[in-house]
Design a protein around this ligand. Structure first.
Ligand code: ADP
Length: 396
């Protein structure tokens, strides 16, 4: 059987048609800059990549193109379910949910917690319900994996009323990826995930570390929103909570402007004054660009601190996993991070680390080290698997 996986953003649509049992991907694609003149869609199938201009096309047009492609491949009738990535499930969802009017309403109630993401996810669900009226639709939440956090990890030291009435607590994100790579790491270490205490570092444009004990998340560096924690591409990660008030007074910026800048104009981009792209930063740092060097250094310092914090949550650490675009490809970031963590028992195998690029999973630690692994994440496959599982669909 095939599952259609949709990841809908405010101006993007990522999709894949996947066999949940094997992970085989029949077709995948990414539509970007939807609504703008430069809107386009990239399609990959049978090892061939095509790019279509969408000419200012909207989300609905991207969806029509997906359907046309499924028809052209004779795939539409073989798709048995649609799995949607939904960013915020609040405290309500600790597992994937078959979408009913009531579930959709609950996702809508989480909009204040993720005002940029959840509306786009809801639009994607509604478009897919129109396009595939007969198919079950499933929401797979980025927060659900972290619903196992203990209270000691998820409560902030703030007035209780904020928590009770407004849901001010830590939720954690990237759960689909953290759960997937923890499972893969257990397979690579040839041990049941239930026996392992793992630290997983998802390092893409957004970055978070998670503590996974026996396959369950017990802490995450991300909190109420995906802004907390590590330094990211354009996000600041942790700042002093007093910053907002101070800056509003001295600069006249509004809360909305400050929040937007902390999300979109901070992180690696701000520190380097150059770019949010780690690969470009490494190249610039190697050429002697001071801002790029500082950005990478601070990124690594805060990442190592985040990993050490996850060790506190676990008590005993059995391994560390790097994933995401940076985690899977940047030998430099991995080496510099492990170099800051000898007290946890990590020692790098230089040759293995240098070889582990271009999305190849493998070990990068020396024989006398705690295992450090690079794992290729596959969030689409995880969504397909969870979708099939919640629907009890049988494999092809
Ligand atoms: P997203 O979170 O948007 O899915 P990715 O997981 O693709 O993003 O990660 C994007 C990041 O990975 C960028 O900072 C990019 O520069 C970085 N990256 C990709 N390839 C390399 C590489 N070879 N070396 C260093 N960084 C890389």
């Amino acid at each position: 059987m095939w599952t259609l996986v949709l990841n809908s953003g405010s101006s993007s649509l990522k999709f894949a048609v996947i066999d949940p049992a094997s992970g085989e991907t029949r077709i995948s694609g990414l539509a970007e800059r939807l609504g703008a003149e430069a809107a386009s869609m990239r399609l990959d199938s049978d090892g061939v990549r095509q790019t279509h201009s969408l000419n200012g096309g909207s989300y609905a047009e991207a969806m029509r193109l997906v359907l046309a492609e499924l028809d052209a491949l004779g795939l539409r009738q073989d798709v048995r379910a649609v799995g949607h990535r939904v960013v915020h499930g609040g405290s309500r969802f600790s597992a994937p949910a078959v979408i009913t009017p009531e579930v959709l309403e609950a996702i809508r109630e989480c909009v204040p917690l993720a005002p940029l993401h959840n509306p786009a996810n809801i639009a994607g669900i509604e478009a897919a319900m129109n396009a595939f009226p007969g198919l079950p639709q499933v929401a797979v939440f980025d927060t659900a994996f972290h619903q196992t956090l203990p209270e000691v990890a998820y409560r902030y030291a703030v007035p209780e009323e904020w928590y009770r009435q407004h849901g001010v607590r830590r939720y954690g994100f990237h759960g689909i990826s953290h759960a997937f790579v923890a499972g893969e790491a257990a397979r690579m270490l040839d041990r049941p995930v239930s026996d392992l205490n793992l630290i997983t570092a998802h390092l893409g444009n957004g970055c978070s570390v998670s503590a996974v004990a026996g396959g369950r998340s017990v802490d995450s560096s991300m909190g109420l929103t995906p802004l907390e924690g590590l330094v990211m591409g354009t996000r600041s990660g942790n700042v002093d909570p007093g910053l907002h008030d101070y800056l509003a007074r001295v600069s006249g910026l509004t809360l909305t402007q400050i929040t937007a800048a902390l999300n979109r104009e901070s992180g690696l981009l701000a520190l380097s004054g150059l770019t949010n792209d780690m690969r470009e930063l490494e190249e610039a740092a190697a050429r002697g660009h001071d801002g790029a060097r500082l950005a990478v250094e601070i990124f690594v310092y805060r990442l190592a601190q985040g990993i050490a914090a996850m060790a506190v949550a676990l008590g005993r650490v059995d391994g560390l996993v790097f994933t995401g675009g940076i985690g899977e490809n940047s030998a430099t970031v991995r080496a510099a991070t492990l170099a800051r963590l000898p007290f946890l028992g990590f020692r790098l195998d230089d040759a293995a680390n240098t070889a582990a690029v271009r999305g190849q999973s493998g070990s990068i630690s020396a024989p006398d080290s705690l295992p450090a692994l690079v794992v290729n994440t596959n969030e689409e496959w995880m969504i397909a698997r969870e979708t099939a599982e919640v629907l009890s669909l049988t494999p092809r």
